[in-house]
Design a protein around this ligand. Structure first.
Ligand SMILES: [Zn+2]
Length: 282
């Protein structure tokens, strides 16, 4: 978060409307998770020290507030974009969410924030079709699992394979609402743009979403230590621009992006800045 805020401390972002997120009511998590799971996570949060919820997923005493604030940011962002108060929004949140399945925390994720945001857009605002685009370098197994048989939400992802969590083959298509465009280790700008142009963007255009959500992880950056995809920060502004153009056609330009992964602080800061600079050009 500090790297992100440092990158946004630049004259380019003087006009950015920054809003402090409220914590969500824990009931919001029920849009994507059963109550017993939400309670189990709440009980697992330690009063002091650290608890390992899954081999990768460590909780500290601050994790509940962070997770609820992440949900709050996502809901608030959806509310203001759907209400037309903002054309688009980026939620700078931790922890990430796209690996969290219906009843399983994994990969640093406790609750699937973007799934909750999509369901909230459907239930609170009556939207019929919401698209989730996930360009994090890891496949969003949790988001795919949650919407596997829910054709009101399109889930379209580019990610490295093979890599954690192991899902995301092109053959995984759910109810026809899942579009996986896996990339190979060593792939870069050309392959990423091809996946977008040939697979992701046509699927979104055909789906005609009323809102586009982005699982905006920046760990496909070439500096990132967790994967072997070689994107430049400008590639994220290109993808953002392409999604903005698509959103203009069917979704009144409405985009809400939620931060997912990003483990090289320089790559994260530069990539998020490029993404947000493009969003601000709306
Ligand atoms: Zn990731």
């Amino acid at each position: 978060m500090r790297a992100l805020h440092a990158a946004l401390d630049h004259p380019d972002f003087a006009a950015l409307n920054r809003v402090e997120a409220q914590m969500a009511d824990p009931e919001a998590a029920l849009l994507a998770h059963p109550e017993r799971y939400v309670e189990a996570i709440r009980k697992a949060i330690p009063a002091e020290g650290l608890t390992r919820i899954d081999p990768d997923t460590v909780a500290s005493p601050g994790s509940w507030e962070a997770a609820m604030r992440a949900l709050g940011a996502a809901l608030q962002a959806v509310d203001s974009v759907v209400a037309g108060e903002a054309q688009n929004a980026f939620a700078a949140i931790r922890p990430p969410g796209h690996h969290a399945e219906t009843a399983k925390a994994m990969g640093f994720c406790l609750f699937n924030t973007i799934a909750v945001a999509a369901r909230h857009a459907r239930q609170a605002h009556g939207l019929e079709r919401v698209a989730i685009v996930d360009w994090d370098v890891h496949h969003g197994n949790g988001t795919q699992e949650i919407f596997w048989s829910d054709p009101s939400v399109l889930y379209a992802s580019t990610h490295q394979m093979p890599l954690f969590p192991g899902t995301g083959e092109a053959s995984e298509t759910g109810a026809g609402n899942i579009v996986n465009a896996p990339l190979s280790p060593g792939d870069g700008t050309a392959e990423f743009k091809e996946a977008f142009t040939d697979r992701i963007l046509p699927a979104i255009r055909a789906f005609q979403p009323e809102l586009i959500l982005i699982s905006a992880g920046f760990d496909a950056h070439h500096r990132d230590p967790l994967a072997e995809i070689n994107l430049q920060s400008e590639d994220f502004s290109w993808a953002t621009g392409a999604l903005m153009e698509t959103a203009d056609r069917t979704a009144q330009g409405r985009i809400v992006a939620l931060l997912e992964g990003g483990y090289d602080l320089q790559g994260l800061g530069q990539s998020a800045a490029a993404h947000i600079r493009q969003l601000m050009a709306a």
